[in-house]
Write a protein that binds this ligand. Structure first.
Ligand SMILES: Nc1ncnc2c1ncn2[C@@H]1O[C@H](COP(=O)(O)OP(=O)(O)OP(=O)(O)O)[C@@H](O)[C@H]1O
Ligand SMILES: [Mg+2]
Length: 248
């Protein structure tokens, strides 16, 4: 049923960040959300898993209004929605294997052997074979990022939220993560929302684009539509030409 973000409003103090943001990730598609730094992209994703509650409007995931779920229902939802955090957000005191397997241990139906296998599979997908026993402090930034991705996919979620999945990675690793996002979508039918500043990566993975600007949805459309848009704000952003945006 996808993810519907409807008329989302969120302020922090007197700073209005989201001012009626609406966009939909349709079932099975990968939606890329673009927007400048500080525009509210991470804030938007946090609403999808109930880490923030809206001042107004709502987010519907798979037919459930997130802000109306009980805590128990919210935990169940979070198992279906993998979240790749912008800054990895690993637990420093846990090994890589324990970080990746964290969401699995709460499943009564998976034994330790099965969990170990699943963790190994996920680490292989992000090219971190052999890193099971390391601790986050012993990883590079890119390795942490990839461990965060492995954790997000470990529960085989139906939805995946990727907050800057390729930022800070070398080009080869970036391409690998893009492949992984495509595989999740094409082979497993995952519905995804990807936030990225990496325009090349965005065009590789997007079924559709949206742009968040000044708290609202400024643009939504296919890759062809965004390539051909006349909107100077959108063009300025994807072409890296701030002068276009200023004239708008
Ligand atoms: N918990 C919070 N308390 C107060 N202000 C917050 C909080 N979370 C986010 N903000 C503010 O909301 C705005 C949007 O933040 P957000 O993290 O969503 O930006 P972003 O679009 O993800 O930017 P970037 O591309 O740099 O990651 C910023 O001005 C930020 O300072
Ligand atoms: Mg962010």
């Amino acid at each position: 049923m996808g993810i519907q973000i409807r008329d989302l409003h969120k302020s922090f103090g007197d700073k209005a960040v989201l001012k009626g943001f609406s966009v939909e990730a349709r079932e099975g598609e990968t939606l890329v959300i673009l927007g400048g730094s500080g525009s509210g992209k991470s804030v938007t994703l946090k609403h999808v898993v109930g880490l923030l509650t809206p001042d107004r409007g709502d987010v519907v995931v798979d037919g459930d209004v997130v802000s109306e779920l009980t805590l128990d229902q919210l935990f169940k939802l979070r198992r279906r929605v993998g979240y790749v955090f912008q800054f990895a957000a690993l637990f420093d005191s846990l090994s890589v294997a324990d970080n990746v397997g964290m969401g699995l241990r709460r499943h009564a139906d998976m034994g330790p052997g099965e969990i170990r296998e699943r963790v190994a599979d996920c680490l292989e997908m992000v090219d971190l074979v052999g890193f099971e026993e390391r601790f986050p402090a012993e990883l590079s930034g890119g390795q942490k990022k990839r461990a965060g991705i492995a954790r997000a996919i470990a529960t085989r979620p139906q939805y995946l939220l990727y907050d800057e999945p390729t930022t800070g990675l070398d080009p080869v690793t970036r391409a690998m993560i893009d492949q992984l996002i495509l595989r999740m979508s094409e082979e497993l039918g995952v519905t995804g929302i990807v936030i990225t500043h990496d325009i090349d990566s965005a065009f590789r993975v997007a079924d559709r684009f949206a742009m968040l600007h000044e708290g609202r949805c400024r643009f939504v459309g296919t890759p062809d539509e965004i390539r051909n848009t006349d909107d100077p704000v959108v063009r300025g952003f994807i072409e890296g030409r701030p002068e276009l945006m200023e004239k708008a």
